[in-house]
Design a protein around this ligand. Structure first.
Ligand code: UDP
Length: 488
């Protein structure tokens, strides 16, 4: 067998590696996992994405674009639907099969329950297709037993980067530091403190943690959307756990080269030409891009404060507002016309972040946004809201030194961040001065490292090739009992 690292996809003639991808139904998980599938497909694998029917709009544009690329993929990416579980279907409004369409905790729990009922149809699907590998979202813990029974290696896709995965390990090990309201994370290379409210909710659910641990024990390894040079100490630390194997193959968004490839990640429903033409009229680095991911909904009060803060900051901005949230205050958009644009709904984020006029990024520290901002060389205002976003913030500000926080010390996410704080954070980010310049310089340097990592011979490319070669060898000898691989 020839190595995938030593040959282009066009010369690959042997039976392709067949890989199934099963992302959680949320843009922040589907988008990067489809990027990973495209990466495998470009390297000759026959790839399949599995989702439910109402999630087609989140997957189809990127898959169709990849399948019509030139030169063509050796094997088109396939999309398979599992029917949304009928037992819970009536509990949710029709078509609400993605976390981005959920507006209440109650519906969140219902959708979560529904996704757990996918296990049986998923098992049948895997059994009938017998792929050579499954890349499963970590949330689908039950897919570990199914794939182990079928002797199909399961790779875990968690979502966040390596620093955050290490902190999760650490919180797990120390039982999330008891009931302490604040504590210092032990045995890591940096001095990191945490408030209780920054600990992700999963650490209050011991059964769930146990299921995640059991699923990891039954899995082949972990695929991480990050790159070694971004978090080298943590890349080493994470792989150090006995029996764990991990491949760092990101930033996966960076493999999308052309503007239209970037534009079809996710919903691909907004025309962005008008927006990019507006950006074209602005000086380099003068616009702050403000977006809080696909899930978050702010209160009316918080939206008012963000609007007022952006207005008094004096800086140009693009502010992306979710359809399902409150609208901006009356008269605001008129008042800021020419200096600021509010976009409702979906925008092609990586296209906009890559525009030369954009000089800073206010975001919620969702991992994809963080990594996309880093890839674009942008310093950030960090504004975490939930889940592991508080930990991602610590990486950005305390380890990488490329961000400023929107929050005052000790402010938990239930507190509305005032207009003066918003304006202050934007000014610290966008104004001149030594500190801002240092942040900008570091952000640009990380962007350069990210680009190098995904190029030929770069760390992410090498890890991807190693992984694909190993999976091909495993397949060719007929399963893991017959071949041993050294730990990476
Ligand atoms: N995204 C986008 N357009 C939008 C909103 C989000 O392209 O209008 C993409 C964004 O580029 C990222 C993903 O959706 O790839 C959001 O993931 P992230 O981890 O940043 O946040 P989440 O939505 O999971 O909170």
């Amino acid at each position: 067998l020839q190595s995938s690292s030593s040959m282009g996809p066009e010369t690959k003639t042997q039976v392709p590696l067949r890989v199934f991808f099963f992302p959680l139904m949320s843009p922040g998980h589907m988008i990067p996992m489809i990027d990973v599938a495209k990466l495998f497909a470009r390297h000759g694998a026959a790839t399949t994405i599995i989702t439910t029917p109402a999630n087609e709009p989140f997957a189809r544009p990127a898959i169709d674009r990849a399948n019509s690329s030139s030169p063509p993929l050796p094997h088109p990416i396939n999309l398979i639907f599992l029917p949304f579980p009928s037992s819970v279907h009536h509990l949710l409004p029709a078509g609400h099969e993605n976390f981005s369409s959920i507006t209440s905790d109650d519906d969140f729990n219902k959708l979560f329950t529904a996704l757990f009922a996918l296990d049986t149809p998923f098992g049948h699907l895997l059994q009938s297709h017998q792929p050579d590998c499954l890349v499963s979202d970590s949330v689908f813990t039950w897919s570990a037993a199914i794939s182990a029974d079928l002797n199909i290696p399961r790779l875990i896709f968690h979502g966040p980067g390596i620093f955050t995965l290490c902190i999760h390990d650490n919180l797990n090990l120390h039982d999330a530091y008891g009931q302490a309201t604040t504590f210092t994370i032990q045995d890591i290379p940096h001095d990191i403190h945490m408030n209780r409210w920054e600990v992700p909710n999963i650490f209050t659910l011991p059964m769930w943690l146990q299921m995640l641990r059991d699923a990891e024990d039954r899995s082949y390894g972990v695929v991480v959307n990050s790159f070694y040079e971004l978090e080298p100490d943590y890349a080493e630390l994470y792989r150090r756990k006995p029996g764990r194997r991990a491949w760092y193959i990101g930033p996966v968004s960076l493999y999308n080269e052309s503007a239209d490839e970037k534009a079809v990640r996710g919903l691909a429903e907004t025309e962005h030409e008008e927006l990019t033409s507006w950006l074209d009229t602005k000086p380099a680095g003068s616009v702050v891009y403000v977006s809080f991911g696909s899930l978050c909904v702010f209160s009316v009060d918080q939206v008012e404060e963000i609007a007022a803060g952006l207005e008094i900051s004096g800086h140009c901005f693009v502010w992306v507002v979710r359809d399902k949230g409150p609208s901006t205050p009356e008269g605001f958009e008129e008042r800021v016309k020419g200096r600021g644009v509010v976009v409702r709904g979906w925008v092609p984020q990586v296209v906009l972040l890559g525009h030369v006029a954009v000089g800073g990024f206010v975001n919620h520290c969702g991992w994809n946004s963080v990594l996309e901002g880093i890839s674009a060389g942008l310093p950030m205002v960090t504004w975490p809201l939930m889940h592991e976003q508080f930990i991602n913030e610590k990486l950005v500000n305390e380890v990488l030194g490329i961000g400023v926080t929107a929050r005052r010390e000790g402010q938990d996410p239930t507190v509305v961040i005032g207009r003066e704080e918003v304006a202050g954070a934007v000014r610290r980010l966008m104004d001149g001065g030594d500190e801002a310049e240092v942040r900008r310089g570091k952000a640009r340097e990380y962007a350069r490292m990210a680009r190098t990592a995904i190029e030929d011979g770069g760390s992410s490319r090498v890890d991807l090739n190693r992984l694909m070669d190993e999976l091909s060898q495993r397949r060719d000898v007929g399963g893991e009992e017959k071949v041993e691989f050294s730990s990476n």
